[in-house]
Design a protein around this ligand. Structure first.
Ligand code: NZQ
Ligand code: ZN
Length: 387
């Protein structure tokens, strides 16, 4: 087993309507001047916006609305300007991963004189400067951003979508499954696939990690069984709650403790989003079964067979047969969530960008040195072609 350190200071407040009695104090512990960041309007339609404004009555609140899915650097720049102009004490993010991701970088950019894209390209810069405390109310179960240090920001002018890491996880995260009851079927499916992908990226690893493997298998089964329930019954609080807690636990660092490989499918999907602005989880759903097929060999067969038996309840005694059935089961599950399973389904109709995206994914994700199975650009192109 490998050495590791694990620390996560996010104060999680899970459950129904806790913001009513707790939001104001959660924010005022850091000050009175708040930058309230949200997306394209879902929180106005659900009533959450009004509730938050009522709870913050009398405080000094400045708003940044309109953060896009696959959040763009322009929104971060706008947030940096507001945070500086109003000298805010704390950022309140209300929304999905995109809103929270942008807010984390804004929280750093308040203390940076240059263009925040520099912070995205070079996370190390963020560790040398301060970061405003972030309070969030999560409205979509997917990314795990509610309990991690990461953000993913897009710069469409440069066709780049990059991960960046700040010094802190959110200070306080309110996780109320009821706030996710209005999430569309498309985003529910995409979010569930995203959670599942975070788990596969950490499960398929060469280190001896029996403890976290067991945790991951339980989380995978939870997502596999609850996603269809949330799709069929969007207002099922328990299914939504299971997805929410699974999202948080899948990517708060715990189940990746002691890992030694890097991630593969995420850097590849980020290229698709950088060039075609597709929904992250849908891209992962298309790529994951293809990636599994590509990395299945004698060295990974036993791990795939374990995945087959412990996650998919596959009975085949032969490891290779079990592994192949598990890959098919993964594909079938994605398909059952009613999202596209081929690139053409997300309107990527030609192979013009395959080479450039493959080269960038290998470079950004160090896929040729850190992948579960090391991949060269030609392997990634082959994966795109199989998709
Ligand atoms: O913008 P609004 O109007 O709020 O609508 C959003 C958006 O259109 C809508 N939505 C959110 N909550 C809703 C809702 N609609 C109805 N009811 C609700 N309760 O859903 C749409 C998508 O929202 P978004 O925040 O983009 O989705 P998600 O949470 O899946 O975040 C995706 C982004 O996170 C990044 C992805 O790459 C992508 O940019 N990731 C961040 C990670 C991290 N920070 O650790 C890790 C992930 O692997 C991922 O890469
Ligand atoms: Zn993801």
């Amino acid at each position: 087993m490998n050495n590791f350190t694990f620390q996560n200071k996010t104060d999680i407040r899970f459950g129904r309507d806790l913001i009513e009695g707790q939001l104001r104090d959660a924010i005022t512990q850091f000050g009175n001047k708040v930058l309230f960041v949200y997306g394209g309007g879902s929180i106005k339609r659900s009533g959450l916006y009004e509730q938050v404004m009522r709870l913050l009555a009398g405080m000094d609140v400045v708003e940044l609305a309109g953060v896009e899915p696959n959040p763009k650097i322009e929104s971060v720049r706008a947030g940096q300007k507001l945070a500086k102009e109003h000298d805010v004490d704390v950022v309140l993010a209300v929304g999905g991963g995109s809103v929270i991701d942008a807010s984390k970088v804004i929280a750093s950019a308040k203390f940076y004189e240059g263009d925040p894209w520099e912070l995205v390209e070079n996370s190390a810069l963020r560790n040398d400067i301060d970061q405003l405390p972030l309070v969030d109310i999560l409205t979509l179960s997917a990314t795990g951003t509610e309990m991690n240090r990461g953000s993913v920001i897009s710069n469409m002018a440069e066709n780049k979508k990059l991960g960046t890491y700040g010094p802190n996880t959110p200070a306080v995260s309110f996780l109320d499954p009821a706030n996710t009851l209005t999430v569309s079927k498309w985003q529910t499916a995409a979010g569930s696939i995203d959670i599942f992908s975070h788990l596969t990226e950490q499960y398929f690893d060469r280190a001896y990690t029996p403890v976290t493997d067991g945790m991951i298998e339980g989380l995978m089964r939870t997502v596999i069984s609850n996603a269809p329930v949330a799709l069929a019954h969007p207002d099922d609080y328990n299914a939504r709650g299971a997805l929410m807690l699974a999202s948080t636990m899948a990517l708060n660092g715990l189940v990746g403790s002691g890992n030694e490989n890097g991630w593969t499918v995420h850097p590849i999907e980020h290229e698709l989003s950088a060039y075609y602005d597709i929904t992250h989880g849908v891209g992962l759903g298309i790529l994951t079964p293809r990636w599994m097929k590509q990395v299945l060999d004698e060295t990974s067969q036993a791990k795939f067979a374990k995945f087959a038996r412990n996650v998919w309840d596959i009975q085949a005694t032969d490891d290779l047969e079990a592994a192949e059935q598990a890959i098919q089961a993964t594909y079938n599950w994605v398909k059952s969530l009613d999202v596209p399973t081929v690139l053409q389904g997300v309107e990527i109709m030609d192979n013009q960008k395959f080479q450039v995206m493959a080269e960038s994914a290998v470079e950004v994700g160090s896929l040729n040195t850190r992948g579960y199975k090391k991949l060269a650009p030609a392997d990634v192109v082959a994966m795109f072609e199989a998709s």
